[in-house]
Design a protein around this ligand. Structure first.
Ligand code: FE2
Length: 386
């Protein structure tokens, strides 16, 4: 996150002596990205963060591919993904390529007996159902319906849910996830035409500092394997930190839509960017107000990007027969557009209550086995006249 944040206690100058009440030194850790060129955080730990006792197990969680190369449009019924007790086991990859993996999860257990760290990818969690607290070694964030949680790679976390009824739409990104550059000035400040500003981005507000030694299980994901590592000290033992690399939250309900006299293109909905895909938020908004405007989108051919839409809530103007939790996959190379009848129907309407998250990837996505189990095999024919 390109603005500075500090939580807890830190010494006045970096890389200098900072001591505990008993006179021992705190352990300093520079937690950075892209070598020493990306965003970083400087944290101070009660115990050395390097104390590996044991590497117990190693197993693959790589997405299982069902369709390596496909040109068929699909609809997947996301809420048919089976709930699982455990958070990590509940994560079912549905679409993947070498840059990102799209995952659906319905975890039931309210917490985990372990900690988790993804070293492969930044994680963007969209909370479709559920509320609770994301707990990380860099502080905690409360979350609820409609929140995006951005967890940079390497952050150690666990999630506490308030209830058993949780639905998450997750994007794992091997490329760093940022907010769009075009909305920032040279200094990184969000500009006046940005659909959100710094006040909408929630930073960790509560730091847990545990001075505890023992056996602490951290499940570490690296190259699509999970390594079960036992550490000798509690991973949430930071007494203070400062910097730019930390998890944050943003509610889709705080995205201010950009509208116009005629149909605005998808980039006005953009919320996050990487160099391999974008994430857009479609939120309730007024429709186009030119007297001859057509609010429904035109047919379009994103010739070199796959388009994934995750339907969250409200009526979706261009689609017939879509429900909350559905995902549509419109692959690169062929045009798609509004369903029959929806263009005429949209004329004269003044607004929409639709809520959806879109992921457009620049490399084609492979369809995973979990997606085929919830796939509508006839969806690609849904543009025919009936
Ligand atoms: Fe589209």
């Amino acid at each position: 996150m390109p603005f500075y944040h500090t939580l807890g206690e830190i010494p006045p100058k970096r890389h200098t002596q900072f001591r505990k009440p008993n006179g021992e030194l705190y352990s300093e850790q520079l937690f950075g990205t892209i070598g020493f060129d990306g965003m970083s955080t400087n944290s101070y730990h009660v115990h050395r963060p390097t104390q590996v006792k044991e590497i117990r197990k190693q197993y693959s969680v790589a997405p299982k591919i069902a369709l390596e190369n496909s040109i068929k449009s699909y609809r997947f019924r996301g809420f048919q993904i089976k709930p699982e007790q455990d958070y990590l086991e509940s994560r079912k990859p549905v679409l993947t390529n070498s840059d990102c993996t799209i995952i659906l999860a319905a975890p039931k257990q309210k917490t985990q007996a372990y900690f988790y760290k993804n070293t492969d990818a930044d994680e963007l969690l969209f909370i479709h159902k559920g509320s609770g607290k994301l707990r990380t070694h860099l502080g905690n964030l409360d979350f609820k319906y409609g929140d995006y949680l951005l967890i940079p790679r390497g952050v150690i976390y666990k999630i506490d849910f308030d209830t058993e009824d949780n639905r998450l739409f997750i994007v794992e990104s091997r490329r760093p996830i940022y907010t769009p550059k075009r909305y920032r000035n040279w200094f990184g400040q969000l500009l006046e035409h940005s659909p959100f500003c710094e006040r909408d981005l929630r930073q960790p507000y509560e730091l847990e500092t545990n001075d505890e030694k023992g056996d602490f299980l951290i499940k570490v994901k690296k190259q699509d394997d999970i390594f079960e590592m036992i550490y000798a000290a509690h991973p949430f033992d930071v007494v203070g930190y400062d910097g730019y690399n930390y998890p944050y939250a943003f509610s889709i309900h705080d995205f201010e839509p950009i509208t116009g006299r005629i149909h605005q293109p998808p980039p006005v909905h953009q919320t996050f960017e990487t160099d391999a895909f974008v994430v857009c938020s479609f939120v309730p908004r007024k429709y186009d107000y030119h007297p001859q405007s057509i609010p429904a989108p035109y047919n379009h051919s994103n010739i070199d990007s796959d388009e994934v839409l995750y339907y969250v809530d409200g009526d979706f103007m261009s689609r017939a027969d879509v429900d909350a939790g559905h995902i549509s996959l419109h692959p690169a190379g062929i045009p798609h557009g509004p369903h029959p009848g929806t263009v005429e129907k949209s004329i004269g309407k003044e607004g929409t209550e639709e809520l959806a998250v879109m992921v457009d990837t620049f490399k084609p996505l492979k369809v995973c086995e979990a997606a085929m189990e919830i796939a509508d095999e006839d969806y690609h024919k849904s543009w025919l006249d009936h």
